[in-house]
Design a protein around this ligand. Structure first.
Ligand code: DTR
Length: 341
């Protein structure tokens, strides 16, 4: 009996140890990363996040698992950069317009320079970043960059002239905010995630942004009018904590780096198609009126904007950047990528 007990104890111990030491190959190598996003799940930054996640998980054959946190559940819009630097999240989605002073160089794509769509904007931003390698991103790894489609006015009241805009409480951030101020609106800054409530409560009468939110955030229910200005884009970055990046195996880094340009293109195309879909949906479902400015009016509106770029060049130069060169680079890149479309 004693002998049997000894045998059983040894067998159990061996099984326990084997279980302890053995992990399936996938488990042994599995890397888990938390990805924070600030707006709700149906919006384009979260759609991009899910696409990136699926591609990373497939291309690393399950070696990496990405846990996604939409809707500000892990980090809010303005906490994104510092939250990723400090490791509260491993990866985060950053809208640079919410901190225009901090991301001066990359926010230059928000100047009124005529970026025609999200695909062009995303490729321009990706190439600008590669060329300038801005210091503002020294403490993170940048995994992907993209922009929205150009901004238009979504409002409760019809806007067809500059006097219509005078004093209207409209929400915009960064470069787009400068434009609204120039046109005489009462610009109010807040992240997109705070906008649905502000609109419902009447704190704002509309917003200036890309039009996919008419559908994704149901702004078509509140804004009966859209004035087509097709003015500026908002730049975004997917950023990763530097220690977590440095600790990744080389093959995983290669997969993520390989997705950088692909994501600029994918997101650009997704956004441009989705804007068209949102416009059709808004007209059909909510009878939204789309106000097109005639060419003389649109020229007059655009003419008011040229001092914005000059002012930005002066500001950037005062901070030690070659502002004129950055603007010229963006113009050249718009020509280059605008032709690819
Ligand atoms: N236009 C910026 C960025 C933006 C456009 N669409 C979305 C959707 C969700 C979050 C941000 C954005 C803005 O208005 O904030």
């Amino acid at each position: 009996m004693k002998r049997f007990q000894k045998f059983a104890t040894t067998a159990i111990m061996t099984a326990f140890l084997a279980g302890f030491l053995y992990q399936s190959p996938v488990e042994a190598k599995s890397i888990s990363l938390n990805y924070a996003n600030f707006p709700p799940a149906p919006t384009f930054p979260c759609v991009q996040m899910e696409d990136w996640k699926a591609k990373v998980e497939t291309q690393t054959q399950g070696k990496v698992r990405i846990n996604t946190f939409p809707g500000g559940t892990l980090l809010g819009a303005r906490d994104m950069m510092d939250g990723v630097i400090s490791g509260q999240a491993d990866i985060g989605c950053l809208c640079m317009a919410y901190q225009p002073g901090r991301f001066l160089v990359t926010n230059a794509v928000s100047l009124p320079l005529g970026i025609p769509d999200s695909k062009t904007g995303s490729l321009v931003l990706t190439d600008l970043f590669k060329k300038e390698n801005p210091k503002a991103f020294n403490k993170v790894k940048v995994l992907a960059l993209f922009t929205t489609a150009p901004a238009n006015i979504m409002s409760r009241k019809r806007v067809a002239t500059l006097p219509d805009l005078k004093g209207m409480d409209l929400r915009a951030s960064g470069g787009a905010a400068e434009i609204l101020k120039t046109w005489g609106a009462n610009q109010i800054g807040m992240p997109m995630s705070a906008t649905p409530e502000a609109l419902q409560k009447g704190v704002i009468q509309g917003l200036f942004s890309s039009l996919e939110v008419m559908k994704d955030l149901k702004f078509a229910e509140e804004c009966a009018y859209v004035t087509l200005t097709n003015t500026v884009v908002y730049p975004f970055a997917v950023i990763m904590n530097l220690d977590r990046w440095n600790a990744l195996p080389e093959d995983v880094k290669t997969v993520m780096e390989g997705l950088s340009r692909e994501q600029a293109l994918w997101t650009g195309n997704y956004m441009d198609d989705h804007v068209k879909e949102a416009v059709t949906w808004s007209k059909e479902t909510h009878k939204v009126e789309f106000v097109a400015l005639d060419s003389a009016t649109s020229q007059a509106w655009n003419q008011t904007l040229s001092p914005i770029t000059d002012k930005w060049i002066k500001k950037a130069s005062a901070k030690g950047f070659d502002g004129k060169n950055i603007v010229d680079t963006i113009k050249t890149l718009i020509q280059k990528h605008g032709k690819d479309s």
